[in-house]
Design a protein around this ligand. Structure first.
Ligand code: COA
Length: 390
């Protein structure tokens, strides 16, 4: 029985900062951001959006299309949690009017959380094939202003419906994972901005990629190029996809393909991330949505290799086969329209929004309405977040 992603939908905030504007303000050559790390724009999150609204906004079109029956599990993967106790999935259960006979939980392991969630969802569906699971991944990547991580900030959410007989991507059972206890990126409870040793984190990403690939290869017997038509990597910045693929080729003794061939293999998966910035847990699935939406040819029956990395650290290389007729089940037009209709912000507006945040003094607060999807954070009253449908 095939199990995998039946539908996949992506959402990002309605405001955006051009990294050339940021480069000018920071006195940096814009090519460092655009070419050196491969990022063009970053999503800017208005105060009335958070991970709950981003995820609910991603999930609504998918649920409108697929219905809500038999969804018995909602797993929310994030490292930007809004509460230390209540799972973000419970807020979404209410907003999205999901069944009450449903398990709702939140999962964390940095940017790897959504892959753990997908695997758990697939296991539940394998045990109870008449049921479905909703995996939500949403994050807001925040670093200190003027820090090296600043140009890699971003925000977004991906919603995936997991089912038997999936219409988009059937997951292969073989997988390769690897873990190690390290401190490359973390966010202590008292901070809103992540701390990152960027160079070390990049080194560990590439090291664990090879370990996870080795374990995947041992489990599946598959070859790098002969058995995989495209690759989706976790994307703290898009340049890392090229570095990753080079490492894999070197490890396998495969000559590095030409620039044109490399672009053909990797570029379609990078288009969305380059426009949104890092979406942490959602990243690799945003890359998958980007690939499915933008690959120039048909991907029917083709195998995609995916690499998920979460700092701290946890890495997994796995794969899936694109299902025949997948194109008619995508949200391509909506994704493109959303990215094309975002409002550009000035540097000043970006800094104001960055510093506004969500008040932490415990007082009641009402949020002014900004542009966004169907759900927003209306306010905080008696220490409770109040969400509303527009
Ligand atoms: N034109 C083109 N390329 C340029 C350039 C220019 N004018 N100036 C610099 N570059 C290139 C550099 O050569 C480098 O490329 P390379 O890595 O292929 O050698 C790249 O741009 C970045 O430059 P660097 O000096 O290394 O940047 P940095 O010290 O500001 O840090 C990161 C870059 C990615 C480490 C930093 O943005 C970061 O920490 N990001 C967060 C990473 C993260 O989130 N990790 C956690 C989860 S995986």
């Amino acid at each position: 029985m095939k199990i995998g992603i039946d539908l996949i939908s992506f959402h990002t905030p309605s405001y955006v900062l051009d990294l050339r504007t940021l480069a000018e303000k920071r006195g940096v050559d814009p090519d460092k951001f655009v070419i050196g790390i491969g990022q063009e724009r970053m999503a800017v999150v208005p105060p009335d959006q958070d991970i709950v609204t981003l995820a609910a906004n991603a999930a609504l079109p998918l649920l409108d299309k697929a219905g809500r029956d038999n969804i018995e599990l909602v797993i929310f993967a994030t490292e930007s949690g809004v509460d230390q106790s209540k799972a973000a999935a419970c807020f979404c259960q209410g907003l999205l009017q999901l069944p009450s006979a449903c398990r709702c939980i939140e999962v964390k392991e940095a940017c790897y959380g959504a892959t753990a969630s997908l695997r758990m969802a697939a296991a539940m569906v394998a045990a109870r094939p008449h049921t479905r699971a909703l995996v939500l991944a949403a994050d807001i990547a925040r670093y200190d202003l003027a820090s090296p991580g600043e140009p890699t900030q971003g925000a977004g959410a991906v919603a995936m419906l997991v089912s038997a007989h999936p219409r988009v991507l059937a997951l292969d059972p073989e997988t390769g994972f690897y873990t190690e206890d390290i401190m490359d990126f973390w966010r202590p409870n008292y901070r809103d901005e992540a701390l990152v040793d960027g160079k070390y984190s990049t080194r560990m990403y590439l090291t664990t990629l090879l370990e996870a690939w080795k374990n995947y290869k041992a489990a599946s017997g598959r070859a790098l190029l002969a058995d995989h038509a495209h690759f989706c990597f976790h994307l703290p910045f898009t340049k890392i996809a090229y570095k990753s693929f080079e490492r894999l080729c070197k490890a396998e003794g495969v000559p590095l393909p030409s620039k044109e061939e490399l672009d053909r293999l990797l570029e379609p998966a990078l288009l969305y991330n380059r426009q949104t910035g890092n979406t942490y847990a959602a990243c690799v699935y945003e890359a998958l949505a980007s690939l499915l939406d933008n690959a120039p040819g048909q991907l029917d029956h083709q195998r995609i290799g995916l690499f998920s990395y979460g700092s701290g650290c946890m890495a997994e290389f796995f794969s899936g086969v694109v299902q025949k007729g997948y194109r008619q089940h995508l949200f391509t037009d909506a994704h493109r329209a959303m990215l094309d209709s975002r409002t550009p912000v000035t540097y000043r507006q970006y800094e104001d929004i960055f510093n506004y945040g969500v008040p932490k003094d415990g007082a009641d607060h009402v949020f002014a309405p900004y542009r966004g999807g169907p759900f927003r954070l209306a306010g905080i009253k008696d220490h409770k977040r109040r969400y509303e449908a527009k």
